[in-house]
Ligand binder design. Structure first.
Ligand code: 13P
Length: 253
C-alpha cells in the first residue's frame, strides 16, 4: 500500500504583488478548516515568499519557490540560493519548469545541480519534466521524459530521490487550455514510476508523488486525480483565483 498524500500546488509564475498574495492566502486559509488526506503548496514570486512565511502555518499548507540557483552564496547577481529560500520558509522549490528551460536556457545539468543543492538544505524539489508537441507527435514522449529524469536525478541515491516530487507537465498543455486526457497523463505517469523503480527500487518509486500539470481546471481535476499514478496537480492559471483553486484542492477522486 502506498502512503502517497495528494499534493495540489499553485504555481503563480510572474503574477501577484505582495498584497495580492497575502490576500489570497488569508482567504484560502479562512475557507479551509483542515485537510487530512492532501496538502496544498503555494509557489508565489520570490518577492511574496517572506510575507507569506507566517501565513502558511496550517499543517496542510506549505510554501515553495519557483526556481533557485545551485550555489550557497557568492557573486551571482540576481540569483537566490536554497539557503535563502529555507530562511524565508520554503519547504519546496519548483525546478526545471519548461518555461525556465525554454526562456532561460536551463539544461538537465543545471537542473541536476539545483536538485542537489535543494536536497542538501532540506528543501523538497518539485522537479518538472515534459515533452513538447513535436516530440509527442514524433513518438518521442517516453524518450524525452526518460532523458530529462536521468539527467535531473543523475548522481542522487535512492534516499535523495525519495525526497523529490516529480511534476509531469506536457509543454503543449501548459497555458493552452489543452489538457492531457486522464489516460494520456496516466500512461506517462506510470512510465515515470516504472523508470523510477529501475533507478531506485519499487518501494521508493511507490512512495514518490508524481503531479500532473498543464491546464488543470476545476472541471477536469476530478478525472485526472482519479488515475492511479496521478498524485496531485501543479496548477498555473486556475490557481490565481481562490475559488477555482479551492475547487481543485477539493477534488474528488
Ligand atoms: P497552466 O495550468 O496555466 O496550464 O500552467 C501549468 C503550469 O505550468 C504549472 O506549472
Amino acid at each position: 500500500m502506498s502512503t502517497r498524500i495528494a499534493c495540489i500546488a499553485a504555481n503563480w509564475k510572474m503574477y501577484k504583488t505582495v498584497d495580492e498574495a497575502v490576500e489570497f492566502v488569508k482567504r484560502l486559509t479562512e475557507k479551509i478548516d483542515t485537510l487530512e488526506d492532501r496538502e496544498v503548496v503555494i509557489a508565489p514570486p520570490f518577492t511574496a515568499l517572506y510575507p507569506l512565511k507566517d501565513l502558511v502555518s496550517p499543517s496542510w499548507l506549505s510554501l515553495s519557490a519557483q526556481n533557485c540557483f545551485w550555489e550557497e552564496k557568492g557573486a551571482y547577481t540576481g540569483e537566490i540560493s536554497p539557503v535563502m529560500l529555507k530562511d524565508v520558509g520554503c519547504s519546496y522549490t519548483i525546478v526545471g519548469h519548461s518555461e525556465r528551460r525554454q526562456y532561460f536556457g536551463e539544461k538537465n545539468e543545471d537542473i541536476n545541480k539545483k536538485l542537489k543543492a535543494l536536497i542538501k538544505v532540506g528543501i523538497r524539489p518539485i522537479f518538472c519534466v515534459g515533452e513538447r508537441l513535436e516530440e509527442r507527435e514524433a513518438g518521442k514522449t517516453f524518450e524525452v521524459i526518460k532523458s530529462q529524469i536521468d539527467g535531473g536525478l543523475d548522481g542522487l541515491d535512492s534516499v535523495d530521490v525519495a525526497k523529490v516530487v516529480i511534476a509531469y507537465e506536457p509543454v503543449w498543455a501548459i497555458g493552452t487550455g489543452k489538457t492531457a486526457s486522464p489516460q494520456q497523463a496516466q500512461e506517462v505517469h506510470a512510465f515515470i514510476r516504472e523508470h523510477l523503480a529501475m533507478l531506485t527500487n519499487k518501494s521508493v518509486a511507490n512512495e514518490i508523488r508524481i503531479l500532473y500539470g498543464g491546464s488543470v481546471k476545476p472541471n477536469n481535476a476530478d478525472s485526472l486525480m482519479s488515475e492511479n499514478d496521478i498524485d496531485g496537480a501543479l496548477v498555473g492559471g486556475a490557481s490565481l483565483e481562490v475559488d477555482s483553486f479551492l475547487r481543485i484542492v477539493r477534488f474528488e477522486a
